[in-house]
Design a protein around this ligand. Structure first.
Ligand code: GAR
Length: 211
């Protein structure tokens, strides 16, 4: 059975949606860069091994990334899943897990990489916002897109209300994307993700990879 490792930094609601999803693979560990990440308790309660690699304990980004990679490699995962993991990763780290590391970002990439995506979307008056699951490449919040989900932005939205609407979709598309990866259905060709086999039946606003 394939194995995956989930990296978190905080609340861990995406991690929870993955642990609840009955995926065709086993979560070998949840690793946090913050000792106080709330998601760790949920993982422990589920009997998933947890580990903390505290970024504050390392003098440089490179040394933190090396320690994190060592911790991940202990579990020999097929897939590394970034689920609200809020550290920028060095090129070496990204290369090491090339083609086997996914991230979820709360915007319709390439719009709004970085932080405060919901406030930025409201501020610019966009009518559609959403979330993206993508393979991780060296540039921040970029890489071949696996699936996106879009939600409307209403005139009286606040960042918090919009974030909640987007998060609901994150919990739908991330388990789907991880399921496809573990089932060996995702292929990257010329920077685009192709989904092999049958297309899923799902909400029309949820747009998966091309076939
Ligand atoms: C999620 O909205 C996720 O998309 C975002 O952090 C939140 C984590 O929530 N990730 C990023 O912004 C990465 N660039 P969670 O801890 O409840 O899953």
């Amino acid at each position: 059975m394939k194995k995956f490792v989930i990296l978190i930094s905080g609340r861990g609601s995406n991690m929870r949606s993955l642990l609840d999803a009955d995926l065709p693979g086993r979560c070998a560990a949840v690793i946090s860069n913050r000792p106080d990440a709330a998601g760790l308790d949920f993982a422990k309660a589920r009997g998933v091994p947890v580990a903390v690699v505290d970024h504050k304990a390392y003098p440089s980004r490179t040394e933190f990334d090396a320690a994190l990679a060592t911790e991940i490699d202990k579990h020999a995962p097929d897939l590394v899943v970034l689920a609200g993991f809020m550290r920028v990763l060095c090129d070496d780290f990204v290369r090491r897990f090339d083609g086997r590391m996914l991230n979820i970002h709360p915007s319709l990439l390439p719009a709004f990489p970085g932080l405060d995506t919901h406030a930025k979307a409201i501020g610019l008056g966009v009518r559609l916002h959403g979330c993206t699951v993508h393979f991780v490449t060296a540039s921040l919040d970029s890489g071949p897109i696996v699936i996106q989900a879009a939600v409307p932005v209403w005139p009286d939205d606040t960042p918090a209300r919009l974030a909640a609407r987007v998060l609901e979709q994150e919990h739908v598309i991330y388990p789907l994307a991880v399921r496809w990866f573990l089932a060996g259905r995702l292929r990257i060709e010329n920077g685009r993700v192709l989904l092999e086999g049958e297309m899923p039946a799902q909400a029309s606003l949820c747009v998966p990879a091309a076939q």
